[in-house]
Design a binder for this molecule. Sequence first.
Ligand code: MN
Length: 259
Amino acid sequence: MRILLTNDDGINAPGLYVLEKIAAQLSDDIWICAPSEEQSGAGHSLTLNRPVRLRKHAERRFSVTGTPTDAVTMGLRKVLPEPPDLILSGVNRGANLGDDVTYSGTVSAALEGALAGVRSIALSQVPVRESIGDGVDFSAAEEWGARVLRPLLDQPFAPRTLVNVNFPPLPASQVKGIRVVRQGFHDYARGSLVEGVDPRGFPYFWFGLQGIEHTPAHNTDLEAIAEGHISVTPLHLDLTHDASLKAMAERFAQERATS
Ligand code: MN
């Protein structure tokens, strides 16, 4: 089984090394293609206004001067001799839960893989707190990773779907288990806005992740993590809202009838 690894925290991210250890339990045919710098919050963006550079760091280890989507695209079109059987994105430093998944470079890298028809899984380690810097404990992801992935490799994935996995902020021994749950929603994803003045006297603003409050709905990823479980959530790219589509189609049909 050929596996392509990526990580939106960049080619040197600690979580990428954790993912290598997890992937090594599944296969010895591992390729890495990751952004050269951290790209957290890049979402599904594609670099169009400048070239991207591909760097080879070692056999089967490459970086791209672009976004997570660029890295997966380059992995599939340029780096790997044949398509992989699996794309793993992570282990992200930080949660990718609820409606935050659309900001996520980690989830978007897996989304790009899914669009290319490759089985793709995003993995994220929730830290005890966002301001913990390099002190994130990846032990839950490291010890549970292969246990979460193996059952997912037996199952067919529907077209244009991916799986989003989050590990709770607990030592591996305290993780309660694995739950398959829906994507939840934050009450209001405002985060924090830090304001300051730069050394040259100009004001700046910095979006933070603190203070995102939620009252987790039952059987959601947010609830599973809050209760100490690993969350496993299948996602799909069809963002169409079917009920609204029907109502709108009827409204426009009325409009045509009366005009
Ligand atoms: Mn990240």
